[in-house]
Write a protein that binds this ligand. Structure first.
Ligand code: COA
Length: 434
């Protein structure tokens, strides 16, 4: 079988590939770097010329400036559907011209297999290897589920994408068309942790033993925790998103994955997104496995590693310990992602702990994030029954298994001092401070 000849036979250009799209098609893309910007741009150009209508493109964590999330004038012709959110999707969902599918990240392959059919799936990949395989590079996520539910597989090859040796691979025999689009990869801006994040990172690091297995979410605080873990030993990584701070922990020797119960000596993730340093680390590296999210984020898998530690962020928390990480009132900010998957997995692990960490206030100390009751419309991401540790710059509250009175007292103690009297008053009024 001459794979190069097959490749040449299937090779086309972005405009020609976009020209195959028919009215009413549903097109699947996966998370972050698996997305296909060349194809998307050509499709948007057709929509702008009124050549298509009723086309929907699915993404998760959009990382390119997709017209279907940025240009409302395309609505009705070309719309976006997000499985989580992202820069563009967040704005478009709030503006009312993009839609969102709620769910736990681990369940999304199941939702796709049960409820969705794709007219085409378009995935970015690194160049084909000598055996005819394209590596889906930094993303595994739900690609395999989408590939199972489509009749057409389009690959956008980018030579800048690293080749993940332990990740999802697509053989050329399954591919209908290929386009080539070399471009430098998007990076997630990072900043050195500020004083507040460093304080929070320090509190959490004190509670993480040597030999623990960690998951870090997106944002300044998880990054600061990563920085605070550099003095630890024998850490492991089992995470949803592989980030820069994890590469730093590997390179400084704090992570060696030696104490894990599953995937020993290997970091596990379902996608990676960050700086070029990550992409260079992943290239041809058997030390990292990028695997489907229904496996990686399954709490029954997560908890197989002892001392599993998860660290995620929130927008507000009420005195019961209900965690909102998805909206400010009714304003959509994010999907559920893997927060609950890891809260549950960590809590089921022997010696495991789950941390929800955030600054006590927003908008220059004018908004209190620890609230007597959640803002109307706020979405409960992690329930009061699942929550474990809550951390702010004022300390650590341990809520799991604790009474309502203990929860209220502990949460008031880590709220910003400007808001503690009001919280105490509201808690007393409700009979919570026995
Ligand atoms: N009321 C009003 N505004 C608030 C607020 C509140 N209670 N809390 C935060 N904000 C504002 C901030 O001021 C900031 O505004 P700006 O963009 O104008 O500066 C914005 O909301 C974002 O807040 P920030 O604290 O910077 O959040 P973040 O970017 O670190 O993201 C989540 C936090 C919760 C949205 C993010 O962690 C997430 O997407 N979680 C999803 C669930 C999850 O944890 N998944 C696993 C991750 S891999």
């Amino acid at each position: 079988m001459d794979f190069s000849a097959q490749y040449q036979q299937k090779l086309t250009d972005a405009a020609s590939l976009a020209a195959r799209v028919e009215n009413g098609w549903t097109i699947g893309m996966d998370a972050a770097l698996a997305q296909a910007p060349g194809f998307a741009e050509a499709l948007a150009a057709r929509a702008a010329k009124n050549e298509v209508s009723g086309v929907w493109v699915h993404t998760l964590l959009d990382v390119y400036p997709f017209a279907f999330y940025l240009d409302e004038s395309l609505s009705g012709k070309l719309n976006g559907m997000s499985w989580f959110s992202g820069g563009g999707a967040r704005k478009a969902v709030n503006a009312g011209f993009a839609d969102l599918i709620p769910g736990y990240y681990r369940d999304m392959p199941g939702h796709i297999r049960r409820a969705w059919d794709y007219d085409a799936v378009v995935l970015a990949a690194s160049p084909m290897d000598k055996h005819g395989y394209f590596s889906l590079s930094c993303t595994s996520s739900y690609s395999e589920a989408m590939l199972d539910k489509t009749g057409r597989v389009y690959i956008e090859v980018n030579r800048e994408l690293p080749r993940a040796v332990c990740g999802t691979q697509v053989h050329i025999s399954r591919v209908d068309a290929i386009i080539e689009n070399d471009h430098s990869l998007p990076v997630l801006p990072t900043a050195a942790p500020d004083a507040l994040s460093t304080t929070i990172g320090g509190y959490i690091a004190e509670l993480i033993p040597d030999g623990a297995c960690i998951q870090l979410g997106i944002g300044a605080i998880p990054d600061a925790v990563g920085a605070a873990l550099k003095t630890k030993h024998d850490l492991g990584i089992h995470t949803e998103m592989f980030t820069d701070s994890m590469v730093e922990l590997i390179e400084c020797g704090a992570v060696n994955n030696s104490k894990k119960q599953i995937h020993r000596y290997q970091s596990v993730t379902t996608f990676a997104y960050g700086s070029q340093r990550i992409y260079d680390y992943i290239d041809d590296n058997p030390g990292i496995a990028i695997l489907p999210v229904d496996y990686v984020n399954d709490p029954a898998v997560i908890c197989r590693n002892d001392n599993m530690i998860s660290i995620n962020a929130a927008l507000e928390v009420d005195l019961f310990g209900q965690v909102c990480a998805e909206s400010v009132g009714t304003k959509h900010m994010s999907g559920t992602g893997g927060q609950v998957d890891y809260v549950r997995g960590a809590c089921q692990s022997k010696g495991g702990k789950s941390f929800i960490a955030f600054s006590s206030t927003a908008k220059g100390d004018t908004i209190n994030k620890i609230k007597p009751v959640l803002t109307p419309g706020a979405i409960v991401t992690t329930s009061k029954n699942d929550v474990d540790y809550i951390v702010t710059e004022y300390g650590v509250a341990h809520l799991r298994g604790e009474s309502l009175a203990s929860r209220a007292r502990q949460l008031i103690a880590i709220a910003h001092p400007n808001f503690r009297d009001e919280l105490r008053f509201e808690a007393k009024k409700r009979g919570m401070l026995i």
